[in-house]
Write a protein that binds this ligand. Structure first.
Ligand SMILES: *Cc1c(COP(=O)(O)O)cnc(C)c1O
Length: 367
């Protein structure tokens, strides 16, 4: 039965392809962490994570503790890293067996106190070093203090050391990235030596995997690549977008030259024209930046530009000269017109378009 209505179709066979492709880019003994934050980049976290668990991912990463709880409630049993754990969520980390990334001395102290109060032994944690992203991370100067805290307790054990590459997708910043990799290497060596045991080391996001074959250490953290985008056309050719955003025409109208369409009369017809109403708007994640012709959708194989302002629940497209009728399918993005193209034409990136797709849009899973 053909699907109809506004929907995001998610191809889990394409997800499996992307997973295998990314795995083929790393050494066999390097662990693979699937980043499923922000509702699996908009694709629906539970079915996507279940598929990735079935495919054999070694680890999951989410940004926030609440996202880890959703995975545990859905029966995900693999280790889950929380990239941005916060002090008020540490108890939940322990209750739901989530591994926090510790990014400051204060947080390390707080987590040790929590682990102690919960009678934990060797609770797995990860430490993030700031090597140049200048977002979260422990400063190199704080390493001695961390070691002192860690060597003074048995309630936690460092499972992983991580850093985040700031510019792995930009090959003009190769020197900067190599500098980050070098300083991570130096800090990790020093840290493991003072700690007296080895940890998992992880720095690579998707572009790190694809552009820096030497930065893998023993684990990678990949998000956007799993969903079919490699931040570079040469990698996109080998990946398959897993999401297709589609809808159907609700109404078709004809207006005369000089009449207007949408709020604030934001499109004025230059000639007599036909337009169609699409049941999808900024309340669904198609933001106003896609209006005023900044995006086009496919209708029966032809391109129809968005007219004027995108409304909350719908937008209008120019179908002048396109053979179509009420109920016909429109495609906003799919494998032939990737989310990357739609996003970049409007001045943003695939990540933002995908993660912005709201819960109101039903997801359907194939494969
Ligand atoms: C989101 C995120 C990733 C994944 O990045 P992609 O570019 O989607 O592969 C990896 N590490 C950290 C710290 C992140 O925040």
């Amino acid at each position: 039965m053909a699907l109809t209505g506004t929907r995001l179709e998610v191809d889990l066979t394409a997800l499996a392809h992307n997973f295998q492709y990314l795995k083929s880019k790393i050494p066999e003994d390097t662990l693979f962490m699937s980043v499923v934050k922000a509702n699996a980049y908009g694709h629906g976290v539970v079915p996507v994570a279940q598929k990735l668990q079935e495919l054999g991912t070694d680890y999951f990463a989410v940004a926030y503790v609440e996202e880890g709880v959703v995975l545990r409630d859905a029966g995900i049993t693999k280790p889950i890293l929380v990239l941005h754990a916060q002090q008020h969520t540490l108890q939940t980390c322990i209750d739901r067996c989530l591994e926090p990334v510790i990014y400051s001395v204060e947080m390390l102290e707080a987590f040790i106190a929590f682990a102690k109060a919960n009678s934990q032994k060797s609770y797995p944690i990860h430490l993030e070093f700031n090597t140049g992203m200048n977002r979260l991370g422990i400063d190199p100067n704080d390493v001695p203090k961390c070691i002192e805290l860690l060597n003074g307790t048995a309630v936690v054990k460092v499972r992983g050391l991580q850093s985040h590459l700031a510019a792995s997708e930009d090959l003009n910043e190769r020197d900067f990235t190599m500098g980050q990799i070098k300083s991570f290497e130096h800090l990790s060596n020093q840290f493991e030596e003072l700690l007296g045991y080895k940890c998992l080391r992880h720095t690579d996001n998707t572009s790190g995997i694809l552009n820096y074959n030497d930065g893998h250490y023993n684990m990678v953290r990949s998000g956007i690549g799993l969903y079919g985008y490699g931040n570079d056309l040469k990698f996109d050719a080998d990946l398959r977008p897993i999401g297709s955003l589609k809808s159907n025409i609700s109404q078709i109208r004809h207006i005369k030259k000089g009449e207007s369409v949408s709020y604030n009369r934001s499109h004025i017809a230059e000639t007599d024209m036909d337009y169609a109403v699409i049941p999808l708007g900024h309340g669904d994640g198609i933001n106003r930046i896609y209006g005023y012709g900044k995006s086009s959708v496919r209708v029966n194989g032809k391109w129809a530009p968005a007219l004027g302002i995108i409304c909350m629940d719908m937008f209008m497209i120019d179908i002048t000269g396109i053979d179509c009728k009420i109920g016909d399918e429109v495609v906003l993005f799919d494998k032939d017109h990737p989310a990357r193209d739609m996003a970049e034409k409007a001045g943003t990136i695939s990540y933002e378009l995908l993660t912005g797709i709201q819960n109101r849009v039903p997801r359907y899973y194939m494969g």
